[in-house]
Design a protein. Structure first.
Length: 155
């Protein structure tokens, strides 16, 4: 299985009049799971405040494959990750825990930003090393099929 990022239980506030999770909350769960990855790469919220560098999502593609309802639990997995000097490419899957069904996917491109200049900047060498190690440790479990945004990296 791919790299586990998070588990969440669906709460009533996240459901809509169709009695399933509203699309906005799929994105929220994916975003919170992504923060796990950013922390692993020393680019999460705490490091952003200290280093004045952060990532900003510039493009996403989300699929909603099966509905998820109140009190159901989901797991989020990183199924693909890559980077170039300034960009991150990530794909995640949300799996309904009880049935094992694919609930949703998201694929995104993020830029690395110097927060003081509000400009795109290159990753520091230590961050590149951390990301490359993560890729090497997990590449056998990554799925590179069905990627839509792969051509966005400049390698």
């Amino acid at each position: 299985m791919s790299f586990h990022l998070a588990s969440r239980k669906i709460i009533k506030d996240w459901t809509d009049y169709n009695e399933h999770m509203n699309m906005a909350y799929y994105v929220l769960i994916f975003d919170e799971a992504w923060e796990t990855m950013l922390n692993k790469f020393e680019m999460g919220g705490a490091k952003a405040q200290i280093n004045k560098r952060s990532t900003m999502v510039v493009e996403t593609r989300t699929t909603y494959d099966n509905e998820v309802k109140e009190n159901e639990e989901v797991d989020v997995y990183c199924t693909f990750f890559d980077h170039d000097k300034k960009r991150l490419h990530l794909k995640c899957e949300m799996i309904e825990k009880k049935t094992g069904k694919l609930a949703a996917t998201t694929e995104s491109i993020s830029l690395y930003i110097d927060l003081e200049k509000r400009k795109v900047t290159e990753f520091e060498e230590d961050k590149i090393k951390i990301m490359d190690n993560f890729i090497n440790e997990n590449k056998n479990s990554f799925k590179s099929d069905k990627l839509v945004l792969a051509d966005k990296l400049k390698k």
